[in-house]
Unconditional design. Structure first.
Length: 409
């Protein structure tokens, strides 16, 4: 019996299968190429984003670096190697540079990620000010020794005394003079004689900030920074404080203040060589031990202040304001185990055998600190930004403002 052939039907099915398989292959190939292309675009977009973020990080890094060193020229080869994983570089454009006076600087910051680049130009207003205004404790001319010292903020220790410029009253001129932008009473002068390099021997110092020094080495801890700019020792003009008013009381020749409680600022006038004893006092307006405007700290202490019992000095906002213990010609000594609490700006010639001093504000010691124990120093920005009348700082508070950021270059 004869049966019809299915060859034509089988051929049609095979042909249709081949066509559909080709179409599927073409769609798959097209989809793969599309995915690959989209992934490439995504990678490029991600690289561009990383480059842009790197440039923004470089901008913030430049702001931080120039706040520490107003003359910073951008990332050096050494810095570039260290910062390579972060993917940015900074170049300072030609222009005015100063360690002391306000300037404006322009920086070009470039961020890179693979083949992606992001380049921006920024302008910054730089106010170098002076580093002592931003430190909880500054030791500006001598040794520093002690143990169990807490510093809540940054600190300065001058290990190259020739970096400490001294304020001189009157008209001065010359290459080694910096005229103040804040006062017409005098200028800062580079010291004419070099002093011996001091020693730093502090055991168990709890520093919640950075210690700034002129000399750094490879073994320096992360908490130490190399100080790039000179330090201008504050000047003073205390004669106006000798006039009594509703917020000032003057003690002439009183060599002992005991069990006194008052809100007025206590101003004490003593002869050179005399000692002032403070015992169980509450002087909420602060205390000023007068000394001559032209007194030279390198001549040694003019007077001595002895702290006995429990004392509270400063902290009254109405009278004194930011006056703590201001005695630029006096060596401060404490006896006994009770504490002295000081609020405000403190300016001393030197300190010996300090015990349980708690200073809240800004403390500046013109010479040495010898054998300090169980003391703490807390930084207060408001006090630093509003110093007492008669205390002469160089320039304003250090700051760096980003005044403009251009479009991408």
């Amino acid at each position: 019996m004869y049966r019809p052939s299915n060859s034509n039907l089988n051929g049609s099915v095979l042909l249709m299968t081949l066509v559909i398989s080709g179409l599927i292959a073409m769609v798959s190939l097209s989809f793969g190429e599309s995915v690959s292309s989209q992934m490439g675009v995504a990678r490029k977009g991600m690289s561009a984003l990383h480059a842009d973020l790197a440039a923004q990080s470089g901008l913030e890094y430049a702001r931080r670096r120039v706040s520490l060193d107003p003359t910073w020229q951008g990332t050096s080869a050494e810095e570039a190697n260290r910062l390579a994983p972060l993917g940015f570089s900074v170049i300072r454009e030609p222009g005015e540079v100063s360690e002391f006076f306000p300037t404006q600087a322009s920086f070009v910051v470039e961020g890179t990620k693979g083949e992606a680049h992001s380049k921006i130009r920024t302008s910054m207003d730089i106010e170098p000010g002076d580093p002592v205004r931003t430190k909880a404790l500054s030791v500006l001319g001598g040794d520093f020794s002690g143990e169990n010292v807490d510093i809540n903020g940054d600190a300065i220790w001058i290990d190259l005394p020739e970096f400490a410029w001294v304020f001189k009253h009157g008209f001065l001129e010359g290459n080694d003079v910096h005229v103040s932008s804040r006062t017409s009473l005098g200028a800062w002068e580079r010291p004419s004689t070099a002093r011996p390099r001091p020693n730093l021997q502090v055991a168990r110092m709890n520093l919640r900030g950075l210690l700034f020094r002129q000399i750094s080495d490879n073994n320096a801890p992360d908490s130490e920074c190399e100080l790039q700019q000179p330090v201008h020792i504050p000047g003073w003009s205390l004669d106006p404080w000798l006039q009594e008013n509703e917020c000032t009381r003057v003690f002439r020749g009183n060599r002992r203040l005991k069990d006194i409680k008052m809100k007025k600022t206590a101003v004490v006038l003593l002869e050179a060589g005399e000692t002032l004893v403070l015992e169980d006092v509450q002087l909420f307006g602060g205390l000023i031990l007068w000394c001559e405007n032209n007194y030279n700290p390198s001549d040694g202490p003019r007077n001595t202040i002895v702290l006995r019992g429990k004392n509270y000095i400063g902290g009254e906002p109405e009278c004194g304001g930011s006056v703590g213990l201001i005695a630029p010609g006096a060596r401060v000594i404490s006896t006994g185990g009770r504490k002295t609490d000081i609020h405000g700006l403190s300016l001393w010639h030197s300190a010996w055998h300090l015990r349980r001093i708690i200073s809240r504000g800004v403390t500046i010691v013109l010479d040495e600190i010898n054998n300090m124990k169980d003391c703490s120093f807390d930084y207060n920005f408001e006090i630093a930004n509003n110093p007492p009348s008669g205390i002469l700082f160089f320039g304003d508070m250090p700051k760096v403002d980003v005044t403009s950021v251009s479009e991408k270059l």
